[in-house]
Design a protein. Sequence first.
Length: 292
Amino acid sequence: MRNHAHMLKRSYINEVMAVAPSLSGPLLRMHFHDCFIRGCDGSVLLDSPTNQSEKFAPPNLSLRGFNIIDRVKLALENACPGVVSCADIVALVARDVTVATKGPFWEVETGRRDGNVSLISEPINPATGLPPFFASINLLKQSFALRGLNTKDLVVLSGGHTIGMSHCSSFDSRLYNFTGKGDTDPSMDPNYIARLKLKCKQGDQTTLAELDPGSFKTFDDSYYRLVTKRRGLLQSDAALLNDPETRAYLVQSTSHGSTFFKDFGVSMVNMGRIGVLTGSQGEVRTICSKRN
C-alpha cells in the first residue's frame, strides 16, 4: 500500500500542482467536506442522475478536482484492482497537495471503505451539516465536537486556509451589509475592507479572493498572522479571535514557538478517523463517482 501511495504522489500530484496549483485548496478541502458528512467514506464523490447527492449541495459547489481523484483511482485500479478505496485516495491526495505546496508530511492511515449513501440534504442540515462560512465560534466548536474533534483541532485545521480562495459572495455581507443597514463588519480591519471592495463589488457571485493574500499557493503559518490582524476573510476565520483557546493558538503560531506544521498532521489524522467504514462495511468503489 505504501508503494502505491508513493506512486500516486510521484506520478500525479506534483504534476497537477505544477500545472494547476489553484487546485491545492479545493483538494485539501474535499477531505474535510467528505469526513464531516457521514465520516470519511468518499460520499462527497458520488454522482446522482438527479443531482441529489452531496456534491450538489451549495457548500460543495465550490469543490474542484474530482477529475484528479478519478485519474489517481484509474492508475491505482490498473496497478492493484479493488485495493485502495476512494475515501483513502481523498485522504492521501489531501496530504500530497499539502506537501506539494511546501507544507508538512504526515503518515496517512489507510483501510477506509467507501460508503453508498450520499444525500444533498446532509451538508446543509443546520444541526449536523458542514459548518457555514458565517459560523460563530460556538457553532464551530459544536460542529467539531460532534465529530470527536476538539478546539485545538478546530484552530489547527482552520490553518488549512493558508492555501486556496473564496468567492466574494462568501464574505459580501462583511463588506457591504453586515447588519442589514448597509454597514461593514466592525471586527474586520477597515484597510482590509477597503482593499477587498476594490476586488469584490456588491453582489459579485463569480470573483475569487485569496484566503491568505500574498502566499495563497504556499502552505505556511501566515494565515494566523492575518487573523490576529483582523484580516481573516470569512466570519468563521475571524471567529477564532473570540475564544481564549483558539486566540492563544493564533498568537503562538505567529511566534518562533509555532508548532503548526506538526499539529496540522496530527489533526488531519484525527479528522481522517471520523466515522470510517472498515471490514465488511461499505465497499471499495471501482469508479469513485459510482457505486459498484
